[in-house]
Ligand binder design. Sequence first.
Ligand code: UDP
Ligand code: LCN
Length: 794
Amino acid sequence: MILQQLVEYRQQHPEIVHDVVQALQTRSKNLILGSELWDGFVTFCNENKRQDLLSTPLAETLQKAQEALATESWFYCVLRPRVATWLYLRYHLEEQSLEEISANHFLSVKEALVTGKTDNFVLEIDLAPFERDFPKMNQVRSIGHGVEFLNRRFSSRLSAMLTMGDELLYSFLRVHGYNNQPFMINEKIGGVKQLRSALVRALDYLDDKPADTEWDDLKDELARMGFEPGWGRTRANIHKSFSILADLLEAPDHHNLEKFLGRIPMIFNLAILSPHGFFGQKNVLGLPDTGGQIVYILDQVRALETEMQNRLYNQGLDIQPQILIITRLIPDAGETTCNQPEELIEGTDNVHIIRVPFRRKDGSVINQWISRFEVWPYLERFAKESEKAILEKLGRRPDLIIGNYSDGNLVATLLSNSLKVTQCNIAHALEKTKYLYSALFWEDMEDQYHFSCQFTADLIAMNSADFIITSTFQEIAGSNDVVGQYESYSSFTMPNLQRVLHGIDVFDPKFNIVSPGADTNVYFPYYEDNRRLHSLHQEIEQLLFGDQENYRGNYEHSDKPIIFSMARLDRIKNLTGLVELYAQNDRLRQLANLLIIGGTVHPDLSNDEEEREQIYRMHQLFDDYGLDGQVRWLGTRLGKNLSGELYRYIADKKGIFVQPAFFEAFGLTVIESMASGVPTFATLYGGPLEIIVDGVSGYHINPNHNRETAAKIVEFFERCATTPEHWQKISSGAIERVEEKYTWKLYARRLLSLTCIYGFWKYVTDLDRQETDRYLEMLYHLQYKTLAATVTEK
Ligand code: UDP
Ligand code: LCN
């Protein structure tokens, strides 16, 4: 559509198109960002007094442009006319010709501009040919709802399979069991036909039994008919399971199928991989590489254990589910417990952290923390030792392996291949979109970031996962203006290393949106007075106003509302940007104090390069703008209860929370502050764009427009001063939004359903992508391992 419009426009106004392109070509550099293109076009319109051009198809095209390349005679441009759709064009300046080109062509020109070489024979990575016969979605609104798509698509196939006498559903029921105890059906039922008649008899038999009759009192008769445990604890439950299956055998439809699969006992044990950072229950949050992912997993496992226990109980089974979190053992663990090989998760019956060390090639253990950017050489050995530890602890294979972040997802790939277990990936935050030109100029950043390893690992893990869960839609496919994190892996190039033609397809049904929650025992509304931890208020006041070990700044006026922000002190979190925008707005400084919790104020205490740089910058801002009387910066790590009560304390004082990150994949602090009832201003780059409905449950801010953000916050405080209900309105909107959309209970139900459904489809159809797996294996051995070997051992 956009291309057709542009072609017509060029036919009608060839000279305008030519002049604009020429102006852009001469004004800019060879590699032109989308925003630079637009700015260049606006300048052209202003200089030539042609503001009318701003409402032409040419303007529309340039607005959708992601980037452009300028060579001597050609101007190349890539458009993203809508979410997840890409169009590559080139325009010849002398001939004034416009044509569509392939992604491959575009990427090769881009490489040539970077390397100066035009004869690049480079490794082309292309997963598309392997996936040709694999069902893909085609509507943008289906993205992230893969399982619904598969259910709809395969139910009809299942129907045909059953009429043709296919025995797959039958054999699927026969494979279930636990430690030699068969579940569901036994050998007395020999096929689908017998299953149908056994169900009729069983339903007749159950009809006159009281609803609460227990399985134990029914099992002998049901076993004679061919039924084993797993159908339900009580007659009511068992009857329901039988009825759903009977209906399903008669006429398969996706609703019944989903219901039925959720009732089959399939998940008893999980293994969750999270190698990097400090994984522990105390004293870890805020340490380098240690943030939301840890909080997420600790909450996730509690919710999953409860849901697994409930399901197994209702299925009539007395089996205690078991969950293992596999992480790295760090002998130099400071005040954390990361040097202990095993730890029970508080508040759970059977969830353990298992720690496995990283080892050098000679087998010696690495004692110190290692940045997440440098873990690559150790992962294969870590995977092997983890596999041993998992099998020892569980005594069997896990039923699902969940990877976290690039390193955990790669290890999950190795383990699920070796153990033949369903693999689920969770990215949390992919690095690729966080750093400008992270792929194109990877060589310049290689020493610090090793993106060659990371992006290759990502490609392998994404494509080998059976399903991927994401916290938001935008994580997969972005928004109209911003490219999705996964989407950014569809086509890209790393010059002199590899050109990725089809890296991942966001229309793949493996993607499912399952949003995390905030722990409701910790983050609850400030007005629930009887649940509040009043005993912590003294500690909070000491933190805010008293003497501390690791802080800077003392409020001159302690009665003002507080603007609060808390994050790791990474550059991307932009805490220094928040301090700067506050420092530069006098009115804001009059209206409120600022509280920053992050990192440490002592650079010597940090061994993370990026963090140290941010610490210096923060001190500089305090000095330059004389902030010590209005800003308090705490280099403290808060325990969960304390942070929960702190959010509510901020709400008591009618303060706000600001999340100013340049990019935030999801943003747990955002839902924590909202759940506590604190009006929240959060970045529009990433998850918060979807979490917050602007003006209803909080506000979006643009981290690149400090003045605008400061004005928005000033306006809010001023409005609340004249209309105090306004604060209340936004606070209630935030609480409602989290209660409705972001809870761990919803999460656990959905994740377990997905596991059952993907497990089923994997069994009965050709979802197993063997050709893809073989290709990925080669990529792992020939490309990834070679790259990982270039990272210097610690
Ligand atoms: N956090 C904390 N104490 C601190 C710093 C952070 O409890 O001193 C917690 C915070 O409450 C949130 C998590 O760490 O639960 C940070 O997660 P988020 O998703 O906001 O960011 P990430 O660190 O994962 O990028
Ligand atoms: C990592 C991040 O950067 C955050 O945005 C997420 O909230 C967190 O992981 C949990 O998924």
